[in-house]
Structures are given as C-alpha cells and as structure tokens.
Design a protein around this ligand. Structure first.
Ligand code: WT7
Length: 650
C-alpha cells in the first residue's frame, strides 16, 4: 500500500501518476518535448493561445539588453480584461469566480459577471481619485474580495499596485510607500484575525504621520472590521461612499505587454527590501500556463483553493492572476487555519467541495502536530490534487499530506519558484511525472535550470550545488524598482548570463532536483522571506542594543525560526532585567517590521563570533541555535568566544 503507513523507508519511494489523471491531464505527455524542440515558439504559442490580445505580439523575446528582458513586446493587452470581461463575453458570467469566506463565518460568492462589475466600478473610483496609468497604488488590505477587486482595478487602468501584507508594521509600510512613490493607499478599517479585529487604518495613519511629506494624496478605506478609525478630511475616503458616486461602465483599454503590472517588496541580503517589478504580457502568460498544467485545472468542474495571502507573490500569481485568467472557481479565506477551531480549513474544503488545494509545508507540519483526527472528521473526498510551495517539504510531511489529506490517492505537486520568478519554475506535472516525496523534480516545460558548482560548472547526478536559471522566462522580474544596478548585481553578477536564485540544490541519481534552502543571509520562516540584515538593523535601532546578529534556526513547524543574539549596552544591563530586555526587543522587532519577524528567541551575549576582518560568523551561531556541536572556529579572531556563547545559551 503506497500511503505512507507501511514500513517501507521513505527514501526511494515513488508514486506513478494515477491512470485516470494521465488520461485527462491538461499537460499532455508531449508538452516537454514540444517546449524543448523550440522553446521560444512554445512560449509564443502559450501567449497567443491562453491570452486575449488587443494587438497580438509578433516578437517573442528581446534579450538584446540582457539581463533586462522584453517579452512579447509589440503585443498589447489589458490584464484585467483577460481575468474578467472575456470570460463573461464567452458566456461564463454565471460561473463563480470567488467563494469568499470571512473569518467570523460570513461568506460571499461572486460570479465572473459580478466581479467584473465590481472591478469596473473600482476602476472608475480610482480614476476619480486621480490615479492614472503608471501611478503606484499601495494595497494594505485583509484577505477580502476588495483586495482582489482593487488589484484588478489598478491593473485595468494601467496603474501599478504594490500590495503590502497586512502583518507588516507602519514603518515597513511607510518605507514601501516612499520607495514606490505611491499616490494612493487602499486599506480597511481593520481585518479579522483569530477572533479579533486587527487595525489597519491606524497603521496607515501612523505611517503617513512620520516626518517628511509623503507622496500619498488619498487613503481609500474599506469598511470591514467595524472598528473606530480616525479620519483626515480631504485625504481619507470611504470606499462604500465613493463607489456609489461613480459610473458602472468602464471599457478596458490595452497596454503594452511590457507595461508595469506590480511591484512586490521582498527581503534581500541588505536591510532594504527590494521592490521586485513584474510586467504584463509575459507574467500573465506564465501564470496562466503554469496554473493550468501544474494544477491540471479543469475550470468547468474544479474548485481551487490556494491558502496564500494576496500580500505575497503566491497570492498574486495563484490567487489573483493565474486562476482568474483561466476562469477558475476558487475559495478565498480571510482568517487563520485554526480559528475558531483547528479544523477550520477542512470545514472549508468540505463546504465548497475543493478539488485542488495549494498550501505551504509549514501549515502541513502544523496540522501533523494537531493530529489526523481533525481532518479525518471531515469529508475531504472532493480533493484530487494537492500542491506545496514556499520551502522544501520534508518527505514525512509530503507523505502525511498525501495520505491524510489526499486519502492516499491524490498526486502532490511540490512547486519551486520565487517572488522574482513570478511563476512556478520547477514542479512535477500531475498525470505525467512519477513523483518523489520531498523533491520538486523537473523544470517545467519551457524553463531551463541547472545545478552548478561555485565556478558555474554543472554538477553531476548525485551531487549538490547552486540553482541557476539558464534561459530567460516570460514571468521573470524585469528589475528592482528604482535600482537597476542592484538587479544586475544581485542576480546576474555571480554567473554572468545565468540567473542565480540563491538556493542550494541537489541532483539525485535520476537527475531530479531537490531544493536545499537558501544559501544567502535570507531566512524562510513559514514560507516567508526575512533578511537577517533587516532584523539586525531593527534590533540595533533600539536604544538598549549595542550589537546584534540574527540567524535562521531549524524549526519543526515554521521551517526556520528567527534567533537573535544581542549585546546590550552597559547602561541597559543595570536598568532592566534580562527578561525585560528580551521581551522589549521581541516586541520592538514586531513593531518595526511586523509580527512575522518577531524573534522566537533573543539570546543576550557579551560577544559575537567574528572573523579577523570583523565579519560575523553566522554559521557558528546557527550551530548554537540549533543545539549542534559548534563547527570549525579556527578563523575566529577570538576562538574562545563560542564556548562562552554556548554557555550563555543554556
Ligand atoms: C524562496 C522564495 C514561491 C512563493 C513563496 C515564496 C523557497 C519556494 C519552494 C519549494 C523548496 C522553496 C526558496 C526560494 N521555496 N518554494 N517548493 N521547495 N524551497 O516566495 O518569498 O520569494 O521565497 O522560497 O528558498 O528561493 P519567496
């Protein structure tokens, strides 16, 4: 029995595609062959077949100004039209686009006709507030239909959205507003989280109150939490009031394929987040293509659910643009997996008859902890495909997912990609690939990746190295907002003409790819990227801190956890207890960056391990944080420091 309950070792187990899947899979067995035969022709075909263009492109890739790519550059299209109007025009207006489920239990379903109507009105609302093509709009909303409506309305008028996850602090929000030079912020009074309303408008007020004028002219506020808000006349506008004053009709005009669609900030190795820029035609081509073939989407019958928040790239590509471009019916859920009870997600799967379910390993490991009885008490038989994203999925979690959630019969797609890649890059194809627990396996048809050593030479099977993408792809980032040099330096300086993903990877004996995690100073906590530098600079901004070093330590549930080593200023040691200092610093980081960055532990130390040139050796701190024997310390300036830190840790 191939369901993870027998005694067979996990290593070496494989799961051939079920026969019924293979028969109807939207990725036919010849897909890879077609892509390999003529990669650019393959992408041109995807662009023309999957999207509706106002002006069909005749050019595919312009790489003459590498690494700044232009895809389908002479084509024009409207992204929102592709996600909405064309489905209504094709007679699918009555198909549900969103089954939205609020955390308190309220629910609302929107058909494609209704969603199109809402987006047209919202587009007129944005125009009435002075937003024009090319302007930047910050979206700081809970996971409610208005978040999707806003993103599509911004896209519809050719403006550029930058969604900021609702868990980010006022300070992080302001940094993004300033970097993007945003004209408008769309927010809500508050959103529901674990049974309480967490305020959002207040954070916007705080962000805009920071010294120095901001570029923001208006704050558009959706009523969701019902909590009190303070109001700045002339600047703040209630969504529900203003939307009543605008026209219902809006005709989508086409924009060039390379017109900017969105900026999404993500952590890098420095303290300053990078504004990853994505454009229209290539991005939409690849998200639509991957959403169709990787999830084997049959839009007439499937009910798809991706649990990601729209504040992350997964929410952009696989909640908003991919599914809607493909005319899918999907679930959108506002709250946390375990509210009001640990079975909430499975109740939702049962309620809507979810067939395709896409989530993160950290969530799966959380469910493993609370036991199989909870999902076991629900009817999950509608599920036919499961997907994983955000971090390496350990084989045990993979098998549990398949056996307990997928009743031992659903294929699992472990999808590797990044904010920068815009869409999935490495994944098994359901109905085609024989899967292996824990491996993302093969680049998708049309994508060329390799695993190389430090010198850029491809490694052999059975060996590890660094993951690179060898050829440009349609949904690749087009740069870092306002900083072209950083784009070239970060991704293209190491291996010249190949994109360096900053992930380690191994090729197994069959040549399949296993992801090994980040090789830079970026952590992955619950599938979210955080930079050590960003948290370190938040810590040293606190008056009691003299110096700090942050590492990501292995964590059973969240993949990695933030562990901070901090040297306090002498004065601070006399004015508060160590417990008070630790509590203050954890709260400070949460306030500065957001709750996701709050350190799991703060270790107060007297010294940090440094090389003779003064570089902090995080590798050694990681050893300590993970309770391991400390590795080679011979390059330390002071070799005794690690034994002191290890003692302080206890
Ligand atoms: C980093 C990108 C892709 C959307 C969510 C995160 C890690 C992502 C996998 C996977 C192993 C993975 C990588 C990558 N990652 N998916 N299936 N297996 N690792 O987007 O915040 O841009 O983070 O997440 O380390 O570089 P992101």
């Amino acid at each position: 029995m191939l369901d993870g309950t027998d005694d067979q070792p996990i290593e070496g187990r494989t799961f051939p595609p079920p026969a019924d899947f293979a028969r109807t899979a939207s990725a036919g067995p010849d897909l890879a062959g077609r892509a390999a035969a003529d990669r650019l022709a393959f992408w041109a075909e995807q662009a023309l077949e999957r999207l509706t263009w106002a002006q069909a492109p005749t050019e595919t890739l312009d790489w003459s100004n590498a690494p700044f790519a232009r895809w389908f550059a002479d084509g024009t299209l409207n992204v929102a039209y592709n996600c909405l109007d064309r489905h209504v025009e094709a007679g699918h207006g009555d198909r549900v686009a969103l089954h939205w489920e609020g955390e308190p239990g309220d629910a609302r379903s929107l058909t494609y006709a209704e969603l199109t109507h809402e987006v047209k009105r919202a587009a007129n609302l944005l125009l009435s507030l002075g937003v024009r093509a090319g302007d930047r709009v910050i979206v700081y909303l809970p996971q409610i239909p208005e978040a999707v409506v806003t993103m599509l309305a911004v896209a519809r008028i050719g403006a550029v959205h930058s969604v900021v996850f609702g868990g980010f602090s006022a300070e992080s929000l302001r940094a993004r507003i300033d970097d993007a030079g945003a004209r408008l912020v769309v927010t809500a009074d508050g959103g529901w989280r674990k049974g309480a309303v967490s305020p959002l408008k207040a954070a916007v007020d705080e962000a805009l109150a920071v010294d120095g004028d901001s570029t923001v002219e208006h704050v558009l506020v959706v009523r969701r939490g019902g909590n009190d808000v303070s109001w700045t006349d002339g600047r703040d506008v209630w969504w529900h009031d203003a939307i009543e004053t605008v026209e219902a009709e809006h005709v989508a005009e086409p924009f060039e394929a390379e017109h900017p669609l969105f900026i999404l900030y993500t952590s890098g190795t420095t303290g300053k987040p990078k504004g990853i820029l994505h454009t229209s035609g290539g991005y939409l081509t690849q998200v639509a293509y991957t959403h169709s073939v990787v999830f084997d989407l049959h839009p007439e019958t499937d009910v798809y659910w991706c649990t990601a928040d729209v504040g992350w790239i997964t929410g952009h590509s696989y909640v908003v643009y991919g599914p809607l471009a493909n005319g899918a019916t999907q679930v959108l859920y506002e709250g946390t997996p375990d509210f009001p009870a640990p079975g909430r997600w499975w109740d939702i799967v049962e309620k809507y008859g979810v067939t395709i379910f896409y989530t993160a390993p950290t969530a799966i490991r959380g469910f493993m902890k609370s036991g199989r009885e909870i999902p076991g008490a629900r009817d999950l038989t509608s599920l036919r495909l499961l997907g994983s994203v955000g971090e390496p999925i350990n084989p045990e979690a993979w098998l549990w997912f398949r056996e307990v959630i997928g009743a031992g019969r659903t294929p699992i797609v472990d999808t590797w990609w990044q904010t920068e890649t815009g869409a999935q890059m490495i994944s098994p194809l359901p109905g085609v690939t024989t899967t292996k627990p824990g491996s993302a396996q093969t680049p998708l048809p049309g994508i060329v990746v390799d695993v190389v050593d430090d010198h850029g030479t491809p490694v052999g099977n059975g060996e590890s190295g660094l993951l690179v993408v060898s050829e440009p792809w349609p949904s690749m980032l087009r740069g870092i907002w306002g900083d072209p040099d950083r784009y070239v330096e970060t991704y293209w300086s190491r291996f010249g003409d190949r994109y360096f993903a900053d992930d380690g990877a191994r090729r197994d004996e069959d040549g399949d790819i296993w992801l090994l995690g980040r090789v830079d100073d970026v952590m992955n906590v619950s599938g979210h990227r955080l930079s050590t530098a960003e948290i370190e600079s938040a810590l040293v901004s606190h008056p009691i801190v003299a110096e700090s070093a942050v590492v990501g330590a292995a964590d059973e549930t969240t993949g990695q956890a933030v562990v901070a080593f901090v040297i306090l200023r002498n004065k601070a040691k006399t004015t508060q207890t160590p417990e008070e200092a630790v509590a203050a610093l954890r709260a400070h980081v949460a306030h500065q960056i957001g709750a996701i960055a709050r350190p799991r532990s703060v270790v107060l130390v007297d010294e940090l391990p440094k090389t003779r040139s003064g570089k902090i050796m995080r590798r050694l701190l990681r050893d300590v944080a993970e309770g391991r024997e400390v590795g080679d310390t011979t390059t330390l300036a002071d070799t005794s420091v690690m034994s002191v830190i290890t003692a302080e840790m206890r």
